[in-house]
Write a protein that binds this ligand. Structure first.
Ligand code: ADP
Ligand code: ADP
Ligand code: ZN
Length: 224
């Protein structure tokens, strides 16, 4: 680890769509005091603002295909260079390909930095389908809810910011199946990539939200 950033902590949350990456990132971000960077959230924000990036990524997202590495890497590296990321960050949904992982490693290495931990959240396919079909997202802050597992206090309204909740267009059964198959072919290789680097910690994501959070915090706690 570099001298100037030895108290920084950089964590990757790895796992299939619906594993609970977004849900858990909210907890870790709060407890470690570092920002949550979700590539999917950044793309959705670009779409809702109608930027050039938003227009460019729309058709990929609708189909559940990955956005090309150059675009994704540039967007995430720009975000992670912001001042609030000096003490580290939690990456959620990035990297998703070996190309993205190598680009990230290279960018960090050039600054004398590194990824500390990669938390792999493991959940069965049946459970993923159940989770995604009941998922509702805040239009404004993108916090995920579940109609059964973690409903908002007031139906249709975000507990955190009061925003309206909606169901993502790509959470329909057909697109979810495609996202799961894209995950198997393009993202699963990262489990070995980070395993070989000695950074992978596997967490049983089929437990309740609070127990998953405890397991992740234990795995990333810098004092351990
Ligand atoms: P990801 O970011 O990995 O796609 P989310 O955090 O959005 O996943 O979670 C997917 C859905 O599953 C959401 O509706 C969320 O409320 C719900 N969920 C998350 N973690 C759990 C859990 N441990 N048990 C049951 N449901 C969960
Ligand atoms: P999930 O619930 O599957 O974790 P995300 O919000 O992370 O969903 O991603 C939604 C969509 O955004 C993906 O299906 C893909 O089109 C795009 N996307 C997000 N992150 C990446 C990435 N790292 N590389 C390429 N495309 C991405
Ligand atoms: Zn909100």
């Amino acid at each position: 680890m570099s001298m100037e950033n030895k108290d920084a902590i950089r964590v990757i949350l790895l796992g299939p769509p619906g594993a609970g990456k977004g849900t858990q990132a909210v907890f870790i971000s709060r407890s470690l005091g570092i920002p949550h960077i979700a590539s999917g959230d950044l793309f959705r924000e670009a779409q809702s603002k109608g930027t050039e990036l938003g227009l460019l990524v729309k058709s990929y997202m609708e189909k559940g295909e990955l956005i090309p590495d150059e675009i994704t890497v540039a967007m995430v590296l720009e975000r992670s260079a912001a001042p609030d990321c000096k003490k580290g960050y939690i990456l959620d949904g990035f990297p998703r390909t070996i190309g993205q992982a190598k680009a990230l490693d290279k960018a960090l290495e050039d600054k004398g930095d590194t990824i500390d931990k990669v938390v792999y959240i493991k959940v069965s396919d049946n459970e993923l389908l159940r989770r995604l079909s009941g998922r509702w997202i805040c239009r404004d802050c993108q916090t995920p809810y579940h109609i059964v597992e973690s409903p908002p206090k007031v139906p249709g309204i975000c507990d955190r910011c009061g925003g309206k909740l909606y169901q993502r267009a790509d959470d329909n059964e057909k697109t979810v199946k495609n996202r799961l198959s894209v995950y198997s072919s393009q993202t699963v290789p990262l489990i070995d990539y980070y395993g070989d680097a000695g950074k992978l910690v596997e967490v049983d994501g089929s437990q309740g939200i609070d127990n998953v959070a405890k397991a992740i915090l234990a795995a990333v706690n810098p004092s351990e």
